[in-house]
Write a protein that binds this ligand. Structure first.
Ligand SMILES: Nc1nc2c(ncn2[C@@H]2O[C@H](COP(=O)(O)OP(=O)(O)OP(=O)(O)O)[C@@H](O)[C@H]2O)c(=O)[nH]1
Ligand SMILES: [Zn+2]
Length: 363
């Protein structure tokens, strides 16, 4: 029945629900939980959750658990018990590192050990996909399907969701149109949209590159602060403009503008990371304290777009070896790396040094 939402459609709905502070039901063969994004919790919701189960948990990633010195018995995640007298501010402080230094959590935090964790892991993956802090408040449900129907909630089957959460969604081409630009009058913008209702990505084609030869290409990740505001904290804006200028000079190239703001954590979380950087943490430490990995991007998207445009080999403008490796792995040959070193400032020197030291960037 095509009018019943499929798993892809239900996942899109679940991401929207979580962003709105609406809980979602997750089920598998072991049972069911109700989960909501910790950063959206308020007093009314917390007391409603306690009415369902007096012992709610907050699931966090092992990165966040390390910062909080909470024992993670579940590998990549930890389930922290929410004490009976804890208020929403206590729960949000587990999720959000903003006040870690001025008001450290008074431990030790009790963490759950044993029992199934697939549902908690699925809920965490959903909050990351929704660009929220990776922390979910959960309660156990006795009858997941009944609870879903009684409350008009979205229910996700974790086994069905797993392959979708682990992989990128296929992209389809929506439209392309001519765009005369300063660097080249022969510009064209292509818009690609994922089937899962996620962020669109763009390809800016300069000239009419020969599909049989390696094309000068750049995989650019969105950076609102650098690309648009002229931020001095990173080198994104100058890199974007230098890449386009080089393509204009050579008369051919493809710049992929991937909407993976903040290395895939979203602008709100990137600004949380900037706030932590003002407290003295570097770009990688800040991501970890928030509960993220160093880099949450999926560069296979870039290879998908290039291949769908008919390119199979690139001369890649980058200093990031991970981009080269992922291209090759995804079937786009990198015949040459073209260094892209522009925009170093007094403010971003430390940031660039951290990327070289911790993320393997070539100087
Ligand atoms: N989380 C986080 N993201 C940042 C920070 N500074 C910049 N970014 C993001 O990092 C990404 C930079 O992407 P790219 O320009 O592709 O940079 P790169 O991975 O260093 O690779 P090359 O520039 O190709 O060498 C953008 O999405 C920015 O929004 C930061 O301190 N924290
Ligand atoms: Zn930037």
């Amino acid at each position: 029945m095509s009018l019943v939402p499929n798993i892809t459609e239900l996942l899109a709905r679940a991401r929207a629900d979580l962003r709105m502070g609406v809980p979602v039901v997750l089920t598998d063969s072991d049972g069911a939980i109700l989960a909501m994004a910790a950063e959206t919790l308020n007093a009314e919701r917390l007391s409603d959750l306690r009415a369902v189960d007096p012992a709610p948990l907050i699931a966090i990633t092992v990165r966040r658990a390390e910062t909080l010195k909470a024992r993670a018995y579940d590998g990549d995640l930890a389930r922290v018990e929410i004490p009976r007298d804890a208020d929403p501010a206590w729960v949000r402080a587990i999720a959000d590192p903003a006040n870690d230094l001025i008001a450290p959590m008074k431990g030790p935090l009790a963490t759950r050990r044993g029992g199934p964790t697939l549902l908690h892991r699925t809920a965490l993956a959903l909050t990351k996909a929704a660009r929220l802090l990776p922390a979910v408040v959960t309660v156990a449900l006795r009858d997941g399907t009944g609870f879903t129907n009684d409350h008009g909630l979205t229910r996700i089957d974790a086994m069905l969701a797993a392959p979708h959460l682990a992989d990128r969604s296929p992209l389809f081409s929506v439209v392309s149109a001519r765009l005369p630009m300063q660097v080249s009058e022969a510009g064209r913008v292509h818009v690609f949209r994922p089937e899962d209702g996620g962020e669109e990505h763009y390809a800016v084609e300069i000239g009419r590159p020969d599909r049989q030869k390696p094309v000068l290409a750049r995989l650019h990740s969105a950076c609102f602060t650098g690309d648009l505001l002229g931020s001095l904290k990173c080198d994104c804006g100058p890199q974007l403009r230098a890449a386009l200028a080089q393509m204009g000079q050579q008369g051919a190239g493809v710049l992929l503008y991937l909407n993976q703001e903040g290395r895939g954590i979203g602008l709100a979380n990137k600004m949380r990371a900037y706030s932590l950087q003002d407290q003295g943490f570097d770009t990688v430490q800040a991501n970890h304290r928030l509960g993220f990995e160093d880099d949450e991007r999926d560069f296979r998207l870039g290879a998908d777009i290039l291949k769908s445009m008919g390119f199979s080999a690139v001369k890649l403008l980058t200093n990031n070896p991970a981009k080269i490796a992922m291209m090759e792995k995804s079937g786009v040959q990198v015949t040459e790396r073209v260094p892209l070193k522009v925009g170093e400032t007094a403010h971003n020197r430390g940031y660039l040094a951290t990327k070289a030291a911790k993320s393997g960037h070539m100087l």
